[in-house]
Design a protein around this ligand. Structure first.
Ligand code: 5RP
Length: 262
């Protein structure tokens, strides 16, 4: 691996081999998502606890302080909206020059395996990897399901993750699911977990994150379950403890309760 690639990955993945990324890219297809109407205000108390920020160039320029932010994972794909015909119909919408100009530590894009746009999104991934490898920029592939949340099982997600890795993604972001070891064991590159729609309770989040880490994930790319929570700082601190301090679910709950009252 070239020095630049290694350096960028080590800015995102910490010395313990783990990471906690904060995604705030949801507006690129959902518009002003709840609690992300003013991204700058939402992330201000959270950025110091995140190892990376997954964001589009528009929100990065408008809402993220270049003097006080974690390494950037720049979202590169888009082209569909929640009210359009098919969320899977994405193209690469941001150039690699832009990623370099914005000093991105990595870039990210979605693949939609099994959708009508499977071929298009996988070819997009291959092409983006070709371009980014020239500059030593890691690509994080997002195994997206659009509106079909029920697709999230080990059989499907292991297929998606493996294909994304075969196309050259350096990190794969996927959903946690039952039998998560099957997903991780079939994927030759590091796997990070997304959260999906907000869970009912924080304990549910701690449980799946703990299970995923125990089954080989290297960390998180978790958005709504942090910044849509009534106590986002307490959430990210508790999750950080699972990721970087080997905390149990009970430890995380204790940290959450303590931080919530500060
Ligand atoms: C949206 C994304 C998000 O980064 C991803 O879904 C993680 O966020 P959340 O934990 O809210 O699901 O790729 O397109």
């Amino acid at each position: 691996m070239d020095w630049g690639m290694k350096n960028r990955l080590s800015r995102l993945i910490k010395a313990d081999g783990h990471c906690i990324f904060l995604p705030i890219d949801h507006g690129y297809f959902q518009g002003p998502t709840r609690k992300l109407e003013k991204p700058g205000e939402t992330i201000a108390p959270l950025v110091s606890y995140a190892d990376g920020l997954f964001v589009t160039r528009g929100v990065l320029r408008a809402s993220v302080d270049p003097g006080n932010c974690p390494p950037i994972i720049l979202r590169m794909s888009g082209g569909s909206s929640i009210i359009g015909k098919d969320l899977a119909n994405e193209a690469i919408t941001t150039s690699v020059q832009e990623a370099v100009r914005l000093n991105a530590a990595a870039v990210g894009m979605s693949v939609f395996v099994g959708s009508d746009y499977e071929h298009q999104s996988l070819v997009n991934l291959g092409n983006l990897v070709n371009d980014c490898e020239n500059y030593g920029i890691p690509v994080m592939a997002v195994t997206a399901v659009g509106k079909e949340l029920e697709k999230r099982d080990a059989r499907y997600l292991s297929l998606c993750c493996r294909i994304a890795a075969e196309f050259g993604a350096r990190i794969v972001k996927t959903y946690w699911c039952e039998n998560f070891d099957k997903v991780v064991n079939g994927c030759p590159v590091p796997v990070v977990m997304a959260g999906g729609p907000k869970c009912e309770t924080e304990v549910e989040v701690f449980e799946f994150v703990y299970d995923g880490m125990g089954n080989g994930a290297i960390g998180l790319n978790l958005g709504r379950n942090v910044w849509q929570h009534a106590y986002p700082v307490a959430m990210i601190k508790a999750l950080r403890a699972i990721i970087h301090e080997n905390a149990s679910v009970k430890d995380a709950q204790d940290i959450f309760e303590e931080e919530k009252n500060i």
